[in-house]
Design a protein around this ligand. Structure first.
Ligand code: SAH
Ligand code: SF4
Ligand code: F3S
Length: 488
């Protein structure tokens, strides 16, 4: 056995290196403005993955999807090659999500299959990263019950993956390397984008809102905005490379810039990004709290900022919103919603809703249904509250049965689906612009999204992939539209 060069514990015949996360540390916030530094490639590691394949499975939100694009490029810089068959891989990474318990369970389910494979192929390297890796309870479980997992790294040190992996390969140790507190913003981490037409662009990291149910401020750290110039330059570069669409990413994009000692905000950033000439600008996610008039005016002014807003409601009850720490009331949400509808022509608005928050009464739930009836959302992601260890809501008294929560979710979904369908009906026989992204699951068809973020299956020749075309909508489903390309 090779002895691990790091300080560590020895078990199972191998020595292990550990830096584990701590939620109390992760909760801390300082006023320090975060520094920006450039990614520096370690050229010595360029051949570490020669003749080896990697497989990465991504759970969770767009932030994680984009992190996986960085991870892929970092691995390919080490000469690893991607495979979409985990049984053929020499390196298996799970980029995890901690938002609800079922996300957590899915990861441990897949880990069981990886264990099986590792029993027949002991030389494969296995790793866990992403938001679950930032949770102490998860890392403890991996340390104690999943000793065969080789590397664990978090959301704050993705740029260090080559070194972490190399240490593990050289020393055959379980290498747990998770920072509790966010570090600098690292610019120019390489990226292997999944699409040639649309790109994710981080505009900020972390979240300072601390909604009482949410684990993200702990797993992603303090809010840190990238500098406006760095974002605009990235978008310009994407335009040069032929990209048609960017989605600006953050947990709370409307608060962009507030943590910087700068004189710009989200409205200014949106305007500068629109002025790069990219055909489509999107952004997620908007918290109702920071949505100012300047932002609304910019969205309304520029044709290339898409008329689509994801505006999480969470609950329609003022009492529950207060317990959630959401900082708005039902009335404030409705005012903002109506203003957006009035000022942005043709805007489509979607939302997130949680049912069964601790102590939610039938009357609280009726308030949520009332907002859904008033807003008639284009669509909504709906969830049953899931207690996350370390968050205040996990300690709140919860006397509502799971059965009751499931019934509420069912009722809510019925209403959400009804309005999704009614909204889609408005598209019948209309001509809408669609960015054709690729082949659809529906045989012989292509797929893409309208400016308003409606999924459309289109009967068309493959030569239209990567183009924005006019589509005549011929048929309506609850969650998608069908159409044909038209030259009108
Ligand atoms: N930053 C975004 C939300 C990101 S998480 C925002 O504030 O809008 C995506 C969604 O997951 C949330 O909007 C919320 O509806 C849901 N969610 C978060 N934590 C949850 C929990 N503990 N239980 C159930 N749903 C949760
Ligand atoms: Fe979570 Fe609230 Fe931050 Fe969204 S705004 S990531 S729900 S804490
Ligand atoms: Fe999940 Fe982390 Fe995103 S918890 S939703 S992957 S920020």
């Amino acid at each position: 056995m090779i002895i691990c060069i790091y300080y560590g514990i020895i078990y199972n015949g191998r020595s292990d290196s550990m830096k584990t996360p701590d939620l109390k540390e992760a909760r801390k916030r300082t006023n320090k403005i975060v520094e920006t530094r450039e990614y520096v490639k370690n050229e010595n590691l360029s051949n570490v993955g020669k003749d080896k394949k990697y497989y990465i499975k991504t759970y969770g939100c767009q932030m994680n999807v984009h992190d996986s694009e960085n991870i892929k490029a970092l691995l390919e810089d080490m000469s690893f090659e991607e495979t979409d068959d985990f049984e053929k891989a020499d390196l298996i990474l799970l980029n995890t999500c901690a938002i609800r318990e079922n996300a957590h369970n899915k990861v441990f389910g897949f880990l069981g299959r990886v264990k099986h494979l590792k029993e027949t192929k002991p030389n494969i390297i296995t790793g866990i990263c992403g938001c679950m890796a930032q949770e102490k309870s998860v890392v403890d479980e991996i340390k104690n019950k999943y000793k065969w997992v080789d590397i664990v790294f978090g959301t704050h040190n993705i740029d260090r993956l080559p070194d972490i992996l190399n240490t593990s390969l050289k020393n055959s140790c379980q290498n747990i390397d998770v920072e509790s507190i966010e570090g600098d913003i690292v610019e120019n981490i390489p990226v292997k984008r999944d699409s040639k037409y649309k790109a994710w662009v981080n505009i900020m990291y972390g979240c300072d809102k601390f909604c009482t149910y949410c684990i993200v401020p702990y797993t992603r750290g303090k809010q840190r905005s990238r500098k406006l110039i760095d974002i605009v330059n990235e978008v310009k570069d994407l335009v040069d490379k032929g990209y048609l669409e960017v989605t600006l990413l953050g947990q709370n994009v409307n608060a962009y810039g507030k943590d910087l000692n700068a004189n710009y905000k989200m409205g200014d950033l949106l305007e500068q990004v629109a002025l790069t000439g990219i055909k489509r600008v999107r952004f997620v996610t908007s918290h109702p709290w920071d949505f100012d008039d300047e932002m609304i005016d910019v969205i309304a002014k520029y044709d290339n900022i898409m008329p689509y807003i994801h505006l999480p409601l969470q609950s329609g009850s003022d009492r529950i919103l207060k317990l959630m720490g959401r900082r708005y009331t039902k009335e404030k949400y409705l005012d903002l919603f109506n203003k957006l509808k009035k000022k942005i022509p043709n805007v489509s608005i979607t939302t997130d809703i949680i049912v069964g928050f601790p102590g939610e009464t039938e009357s609280d739930f009726q308030d949520t249904l009332d907002v859904v009836k008033k807003c008639q959302f284009d669509s909504a992601f709906t969830f049953i509250f899931s207690p996350r260890i370390g968050t205040p809501a996990a300690k709140m008294k919860d006397n509502i049965s799971l059965k009751e929560k499931e019934q509420r979710l069912y009722k809510l979904n019925e209403l959400v689906n009804k309005y999704a369908n009614i909204n889609n009906q408005k598209y019948l026989n209309k001509i809408v612009p669609v960015l054709i992204e690729g082949e659809s699951d529906k045989e012989g068809m292509l797929m893409g999204y309208t400016d308003t973020m409606k999924l459309v299956n289109v009967k068309a020749d493959k030569k239209y992939i990567g183009k924005i075309v006019n589509v005549l909508i011929t048929d309506i489903k609850t969650w998608s539209l069908n159409g044909e390309i038209t030259t009108i």
